[in-house]
Design a protein. Structure first.
Lengths: 260, 235
């Protein structure tokens, strides 16, 4: 598995798109810090971007890599290695190279700005951890879609729809249901509904760490009570881990019966 | 050496292999022929473990191969389409494949034979289709394995490379290797193959030497003899 990982990683790290992605974050980091001059605000703006962009890029890279390397995967499948090792290697290769672009792209400007001396270091690290999680989650989800869809165009379409659903539509349904059922107690419902969407979960997790939850009203207070504690933090991290583990398990399950 | 027993494979409603039985003995060059969609590639992919049959079993050196992977260390495969990670160099790719197999390899000889030396540091994404196919051939022949499976090996090769390919195939045969080839180029089959396995409707329709098929169809030309067999399907 490590051998496959190494070469997928090499291949991706030299791809033009990895550089573009890295440079984008680098530029973003510099612009936000040196124009804004306020680390806390920069972290919030970054959060809004990361939470939508990393899932999108992870999804696109995942499906594209799968379909583009299809013939090469066939060559690998004819080598004396276990199937799941090939795909786990590729999966980790994509996720790690994307995460590296994110961490280096944002990390460099923040370190240069003097992050280590600022109190925002914890918030910033949380942001990077959540970004990394989103990479691993969405690459896994898109690999699942690609594995289940023979047709490249369809697979691409489903993957984008999945992203659109989780990034935009889910929130819409969520808000509508809050408005429709606003005469009922909704704190438990919204807490659970948040867990079922990794993007929402990541957003809430960061927002509540940033001490701006007063803006969120009563539900915010409930959320704060939950996520603000170490226990809530642990649970939400656990749910994020589940969001990685479950798609990966399904991938391995699917692989056992798949024809190439 | 290889034995397919009552092999069934369906893709949805389409029956590709329908109770196929086939035994291939060690040594010699076997051409697997048949009209488009007759199940040649599916048969090969079943042997390689890429396609999982619905029913039946496959034995390689007397052991079942289903859901196993270690047996593949003793076979080489040349895929139909040569498509490699675009940002790796030729040398890196060769090293990667070597890395995956705990086995001696003689890539230097093949690299020289196909004139790939000047391409070793080039990225695979920048190579032409024919050059990629040459790399593909190098990858398939650089290990010393008892079974060699070639899926449309002549794709995109220039005449000189083609001559070299035929030479390598003959050399491997002399070493006592078993070679399976699928192709649509009958002159190539006529030149290199010892035996022909003809697939039709997911079953073995004919198995025998090139001369036997010519005799059976009363045709001196292999291309016409095969066309004759296929025409029966259309009738």
């Amino acid at each position: 598995m490590l051998k496959i990982l190494k070469y997928s990683f090499y291949d991706l790290m030299r791809s033009r798109w990895s550089y573009v992605y890295f440079l984008f974050y680098l530029l973003l980091g510099f612009v936000l810090l040196f124009l804004n001059n306020d680390v806390d605000k920069a972290v919030i703006t970054l959060m809004n971007i990361i939470i939508v962009l990393t899932p999108l890029i992870g999804t696109i890279f995942g499906v594209m890599y799968y379909y583009n390397s299809k013939e090469f995967t066939e060559l690998l499948l004819a080598q004396p290695i276990n199937r799941s090792k090939i795909f786990m290697g590729q999966y980790l290769g994509i996720s790690i190279s994307l995460t590296l672009s994110l961490v280096l792209g944002l990390g460099i400007p923040f370190v240069l700005y003097g992050l280590f001396k600022s109190a925002a270091i914890f918030n910033f690290s949380l942001l990077l951890v959540v970004g990394a999680f989103l990479n691993f989650i969405f690459v896994a989800l898109s690999y699942n879609i690609a594995l289940s869809t023979e047709n490249k165009i369809k697979g691409f379409g489903y993957a984008i729809l999945m992203w659109l659903f989780l990034a935009v539509i889910y929130d819409g349904i969520f808000i509508i249901s809050l408005v429709v059922f606003n005469s009922y107690p909704l704190d438990k419902f919204s807490l659970v509904a948040t867990m079922f969407n990794p993007i929402d979960l990541s957003r809430i997790l960061i927002l509540l760490k940033l001490d701006i939850s007063a803006l969120l009203g009563y539900t915010g207070a409930v959320f704060r009570k939950f996520f603000g504690t170490n226990f809530g933090m642990l649970i939400s991290m656990g749910v994020l881990v589940l969001w990685v583990v479950l798609p990966v398990l399904r991938m391995n399950f699917k692989l056992r019966k798949k024809d190439f | 050496m290889i034995e397919f027993k009552n092999l069934h494979k369906r893709f949805g409603k389409l029956v590709v292999l329908d109770g196929l039985d086939l035994e291939i003995h060690k040594g010699g060059i076997f051409a697997i022929l048949g009209p488009n969609g007759s199940g040649k590639t599916t048969l090969i992919k079943c042997l390689l473990g890429m396609v999982i049959p619905n029913k039946g079993d496959i034995f390689f050196e007397k052991k079942s191969v289903l859901r196993k992977w270690a047996y593949r260390n003793n076979l080489n495969y040349l895929p139909q389409i040569a498509n490699f990670p675009p940002n790796l160099t030729v040398l890196e790719l060769i090293n990667m494949v070597k890395n995956l197999r705990p086995k001696e390899s003689n890539e230097q000889e093949l690299i020289e034979l196909f004139g790939l030396k000047s391409f070793l540091d080039k990225k695979l994404g920048n190579l032409s289709g024919g050059t990629k196919q040459k790399v593909n051939v190098v990858l398939a022949f650089m290990f010393d394995s008892d079974l060699i499976v070639l899926d449309e090996p002549t794709n995109g090769l220039d005449p000189i490379a083609l001559i070299h390919l035929k030479e390598i195939i003959q050399k491997e045969k002399e070493k006592g290797k078993t070679i399976l080839i699928t192709t649509h180029i009958m002159s190539f089959v006529d030149e290199v193959a010892d035996e022909i396995v003809f697939l039709l409707d997911g079953k073995i329709y004919f198995k025998g030497t090139v001369d036997a098929i010519k005799k059976q169809t009363n045709n001196d030309n292999l291309e016409h003899a095969i066309a004759n067999l296929i025409a029966k399907q259309y009738a």
